[in-house]
Design a protein around this ligand. Structure first.
Ligand SMILES: C[S@@+](CC[C@H](N)C(=O)[O-])C[C@H]1O[C@@H](n2cnc3c(N)ncnc32)[C@H](O)[C@@H]1O
Length: 147
């Protein structure tokens, strides 16, 4: 397996996990900056054309993992791989953000749900080809119905 190294850090308004909206109906509209290290800046060439980006990052302030997780959106436990819990065997986070503008090695984005200083592992353009009607939302849809 490769050893992950950060390509940059997230500048986020969130200093503590309690500040980040969570649970059913939580909306992530906070603005932030993906600050990419100078040695990776050339990798941002042509990124401006994409409206949304997938950001892969490290849950660097999570410790350990649970195979059964209790998400804030439900009062029932679910397998960690059926949730977005930070406490997972490989502490990798995934967030789709809207790209507002690029300023050199800084990407100004909207929709961050990471803590300030979170290490960025990778960035990819977001291209969803799954029609809305084909998506199933599993236990989350059931939790929403019970509310
Ligand atoms: C439910 S996770 C979802 C994150 C991402 N959208 C995903 O699906 O992988 C979001 C929570 O992760 C936690 N979090 C954010 N940044 C973190 C970090 N750097 N280290 C540990 N936990 C973090 C916060 O508690 C936040 O509410």
């Amino acid at each position: 397996m490769f050893t992950a190294k950060a390509i940059g850090r997230v500048k986020s308004p969130y200093r503590e996990t309690k500040d980040i909206p969570k649970g059913l109906g939580a909306r992530h509209e906070a603005e932030g900056v993906l600050e990419i290290l100078p040695e990776f800046e050339a990798g941002l060439t042509d990124i401006e054309g994409f409206s949304h980006l997938i950001v892969l990052w490290e849950f660097d302030r999570a410790q350990g993992f649970d195979l059964l997780a209790s998400p804030p959106s439900d009062n029932r436990t679910h397998g960690v791989f059926a949730t977005r819990s930070p406490r997972r065997p490989n502490p990798i986070g995934f967030t789709v953000v809207e790209l507002r503008r690029r300023d050199g090695a800084c990407l100004h984005v909207r929709g961050v749900d990471m803590l300030d200083g979170t290490p960025i592992l990778d960035i990819k353009p977001y291209l969803s080809s799954i029609p809305q009607e084909s998506l199933r939302r599993g236990w989350l849809a059931e939790a929403e119905e019970r509310q």
